[in-house]
Design a protein around this ligand. Sequence first.
Ligand SMILES: [Mg+2]
Length: 265
Amino acid sequence: MVDRDEAWERLRAWSEEPGAVAVLTDIDGTLAPIVPTPDMSEVPAELKELLRRISERYLLVAGISGRKTEDALGLIGLEDVVYFGNHGFEILRDGEVEVIPEALPYLERVQDLERRAREELAPQGAFIEEKGITASIHYRNAPPEVGERSVRFVKAEGERLGLRITVGRGVVEARPPIRADKGTAVRALVEQYAPKRAMFLGDDTTDLDAFRELVALREEGVLEEILRVGVASDEGPPEIVSEADIVADGVEGVGEVLRVLAGES
Ligand SMILES: [Mg+2]
């Protein structure tokens, strides 16, 4: 880790050679304050404007989120930002959604499971979210026995189809059985855009995969310099601060980092 003053110096130096820099960022909790339900999320106008100016000058600006890529685009609202979403399985650029090549062979099987869930579980009250390369079956608002049936059904189907099944709070999800997370998204973007320097801004556990991938890419000599910006919050994991080069105090603090990148302070 670099000294924290040194990290700010580095940020200023990067802003003078933006054509070699990739700015990669989480969205919820980093650019958009956490709100009671995800559909209430909003990126403040000031940050959107900073991102717009940064995206005009830098090699790459990418939003990396667990959300669907279209939702990520809706939040940031900039067409020339690249969006990596859906747990690292999808990328949206120039208006097109691409599924990562490693996951494509599983697309039909996920859709098969989704169709069966729509037939079997939706009539009982489960909500099947349209997600493409992953399938999410929500049962938070359904009777408990529908939740149990949903988990049983999706687990059995997932096993039959060779998909990975995860159970969350009120939701059971199916996805291709390959590694895809914010770390694999960071690596794919660095390989495609070939920046010399890359940074990631994040606030939560899944963002640590991105921090660690940056470190690996620097150790491999793929990147010359990296910066990890951790957004401090009461709910975030302690590593988001301890592994960061720069600690931002909430979304406000992220604004300071973006102002330096934009050459404004
Ligand atoms: Mg977040």
